[in-house]
Design a protein around this ligand. Structure first.
Ligand SMILES: Cc1cc2nc3c(=O)[nH]c(=O)nc-3n(C[C@H](O)[C@H](O)[C@H](O)COP(=O)(O)OP(=O)(O)OC[C@H]3O[C@@H](n4cnc5c(N)ncnc54)[C@H](O)[C@@H]3O)c2cc1C
Ligand code: SF4
Length: 500
């Protein structure tokens, strides 16, 4: 029996289950598929990040004595079959791919050897552990899952009680960006020779023409090795974690990262493991007990709560989850999502930042980009497709749950407790974007009316029946009752007439 391992581009960690199941004499294959990178107009920096990280990981494995073969080909299937034959592999081991479309593609191939899928160890919770937890509940609630995780993995606990006597400090973490804030620097890297080779190739290859039209490839400043990812983690803990909480939801013009961790690109390709990230944060708190617990707890909740929950729901949900459209929204995606050319300053600022970096923080994604799509009635599948192309950390598992589920509420509330819909009031309070905008956040209809206002009220009006049982949002519906007939008619008309 001759075993071989295929390491996928989001499994770049020597502790990953398929490598752990073999010794260092086992041949390893890695493949860059050009067709896979062209499936949608991916951000150029995402392609560079993944391919450069793969090439660095191949070097790391070789330096540890593994025999690594590296293919740059059109597809995955042909070089894989060729390698199996050339290396006379009789059993191919692959760590369970996380994304469903990839799993389905793999199942459809007829490979000339036995294929063993090794259960994944890249999340804190194993797939079957989450499914068992979910089946034991009447309703999926992230907070219950998060508390169970804190207990099970003993993070920020004193015996069986949460540190500080409370599980959740979310209410302390919603400060608007008022006054003069001193924001921390982010840790970025210069491209090395390997990264520069990938950049030079992709920016000059016509096969990536669509991506070249939309996204900047340089300056490319992401880390591409585990060593760099660990530096980002350490830097975050030393310079940002203690203040992560209070301004978690704030947005400031020209400030791309605020106090956010910038860890998702590395977590999502396996350069970091989520458990080591939360353990590092909890350990730092032990030695710095003067730090604000709400900041540390807020961060742990993101990784051990939200991230694990999103992955678990993706595993648990039915195959048709991606097609859900509870509100029946069908407006096409406006062209400015690709160019950033819009008079709406909040969208202009954030989309321009995404074009430059492939990154935006959570509230920019949820309460501006996604909120606009939700209230204006854009098709959930169109906005999901845009997010998937635009972000350096986008993968199918994190897209379906965050965009179809949390963002668009297209699953009718399987995942989130309410639709994340808001008017300009929220954006005006949590950012300084409105100060330099053509529109006024205070105006609902007429020339200077902010589109977030008429779309918001129109959204509530259109979906009154569906929303009346949706918890907190049902209370806001009562405000609609106070609209005069003329005002409601004007809101409806603005929403119909709007175009950019
Ligand atoms: C509409 C929408 C689209 C999103 N698209 C992506 C995406 O493509 N890829 C992605 O990894 N995350 C996505 N998220 C989740 C979250 O916004 C990003 O993980 C986060 O902004 C990454 O930046 P950061 O590392 O600085 O995060 P921080 O704000 O510092 O948070 C720390 C970590 O928590 C994790 N996390 C927090 N919330 C989530 C969540 N809801 N889902 C998954 N992980 C979470 C991330 O790993 C993140 O690195 C999306 C959220 C929304 C609402
Ligand atoms: S006024 Fe409206 S469009 Fe302009 S920045 Fe504020 S929320 Fe965005």
């Amino acid at each position: 029996m001759s075993v071989g391992v295929w390491v996928l581009g989001d499994q770049l960690w020597t502790g990953q289950a398929a490598l752990q199941a073999c010794d260092r004499h086992t041949p390893v294959l890695m493949i860059e598929s050009i067709a896979h990178a062209q499936e949608r107009p991916f951000h150029l920096q995402k392609i560079v990040l993944v391919w450069s990280a793969m090439r660095h990981f191949a070097e790391e494995l070789r330096s540890q004595g593994w025999q690594v073969d590296y293919a740059i080909e059109e597809s995955f299937e042909a070089p894989l079959i060729q390698w199996i034959r050339a290396r006379q592999i009789t059993e191919l081991r692959i760590m369970q791919p996380v994304d469903r479309p990839f799993q389905q593609m793999l199942q459809a191939w007829e490979l000339p050897c036995k294929v063993s899928i090794v259960p994944s160890n890249r999340y804190i919770w194993q797939d079957d552990e989450f499914v068992n937890w979910a089946k034991s509940r009447k309703r999926l609630i992230m907070e219950d899952f998060y508390r169970e995780g804190r207990r099970r993995f003993n993070i920020l606990m004193v015996g069986d009680q949460p540190k500080g006597g409370k599980w959740n400090f979310d209410r302390d973490n919603r400060k608007p960006p008022k006054g003069k804030l001193t924001l921390p620097e982010a840790l970025w890297f210069e491209p090395d020779k390997i990264t520069q080779e990938v950049i030079d190739w992709i920016k000059n290859d016509d096969r990536f023409a669509k991506s070249q039209e939309y996204w900047s490839i340089e300056p490319f400043r992401w880390g591409v090795t585990r060593k760099q990812a660990l530096q980002v983690l350490e830097f975050f803990i030393e310079t940002r974690l203690s203040d992560f909480g209070p301004y978690q939801d704030a947005m400031v013009t020209g400030e791309q990262t605020m106090w956010h961790a910038m860890l998702s690109p590395y977590l999502n390709i396996g350069l970091l493991h989520p458990l080591e990230v939360v353990e590092a944060a909890a350990t730092a708190y032990e030695t710095n007990s003067h730090w604000d617990l709400s900041s540390v707890e807020g961060f742990v909740r993101q990784v051990m709560g939200w991230r694990e929950y999103m992955h678990g729901v993706y595993v648990y949900a039915d195959d048709d989850y991606r097609d859900r459209n509870w509100f029946g929204h069908d407006r096409p995606l406006p062209g400015f999502f690709w160019t950033g050319e819009t008079e709406m300053n909040c969208l202009h600022q954030i989309i321009s930042q995404v074009r430059e970096t492939g990154y935006a923080h959570h509230i920019q994604r949820l309460m501006v980009l996604n909120n606009f799509a939700l209230i204006s009635g854009i098709s959930p599948q169109e906005i999901e497709s845009w997010f998937h192309a635009a972000f350096v950390d986008a993968y199918d598992w994190v897209m379906q749950t965050n965009v179809i589920g949390m963002g668009q509420y297209a699953d009718g509330g399987l995942l989130a407790s309410k639709p994340y819909a808001a008017s300009a009031n929220y954006i005006n309070n949590m950012s300084n974007y409105c100060r330099n905008c053509t529109y006024s956040p205070k105006v609902r209809t007429g020339d200077r009316a902010c589109p977030f206002n008429f779309f918001y009220w129109n959204f509530l009006d259109r979906h009154r029946v569906r929303l009346k049982d949706q918890g907190r949002i049902s209370l806001i519906l009562r405000s609609l009752e106070r609209f005069s007939d003329e005002e409601l008619a004007a809101v409806r008309q603005e929403a119909i007439d709007w175009q950019e």
